[in-house]
Design a protein around this ligand. Sequence first.
Ligand code: ATP
Length: 304
Amino acid sequence: LAQLFRPLDLLGMVYRTIRQGALDMAAMFDLIDTPASVIDAPDAPALAVSAGHVRFEGVSFGYDAGRPILRDLELDVPAGSTLAVVGPSGAGKSTLARLLYRFYDLTGGRITVDGQDIAQVRQASLRAAIGIVPQDTVLFNDTIGYNIAYGREGAEMPEVEMAAKGAAISGFIERQPLGYATRVGERGLKLSGGEKQRVAIARTLLKNPPILILDEATSALDSRTEAEILDTLEAIERGRTTIVIAHRLSTVVHADQIVVLEAGRIVEKGTHGDLLRQGGVYAEMWNRQAQERAGDHDGALAAE
Ligand code: ATP
């Protein structure tokens, strides 16, 4: 196992947690150059997660003064449930996830986890409780085993293998001549978008966080890969409070709640069935995407 790890281990666990979070967030939101503006109060206690109930209470936020992005947002995500956030580009979907991770402080309202204001607890403890599966996973120029083990400090090889299995990537790894010691990245094996996402899922399984943010890939995966990824995602969502930033509506049908965000406000909220019956913005988006899917299908048939 030792060869899976490198001197990175010298970094303390807390720093590592923050760093991993920062890295995941950077991958998720293009934030590599964003300075951390958030500081802990000197005596801030650690977040104590009992169930993972997430609430946004009257949340307002803007990156620049005078340009509000989220306005008086109310969200209630009961422990273990899945909330999907949909809406046009620029509506504020990613911003909402960044705020839960406390990448920025709010201009109004508060966000709580199990009743604790996230601005009052230690950031490292908040970030340790949240797993992120970004659209585009950052892989290190190291072994695939290292890249998965990175999900949790001190993970043992059997756990890494279990996580790989849970993320449906163990078969792929075992088919490589060097197995888990296969190098990936610029100088090694190149992974497809779907395979990279599975590495992120395996990391998250190792981390085992009570709260999960999924940033669904916009990039087209072939339909078989997409179906397989969806199955694995469903497996990691089970028992965790999950916020899915959704780009394709086909993936939000089973969410316990869907919110439609437009220009930083919730314009519709409900289950897939509720929203279709309402015949509003969501129903329109659904019909449009259904037509596109039908169009793709016709295109595929015509090509055969
Ligand atoms: P998409 O679906 O395209 O990812 P989104 O709904 O996730 O969009 P956000 O990324 O949350 O939208 O962005 C909301 C608004 O905030 C946009 O107008 C965007 O330009 C602005 N914005 C995002 N990040 C920053 C930043 N770091 N500084 C200033 N403005 C930003």
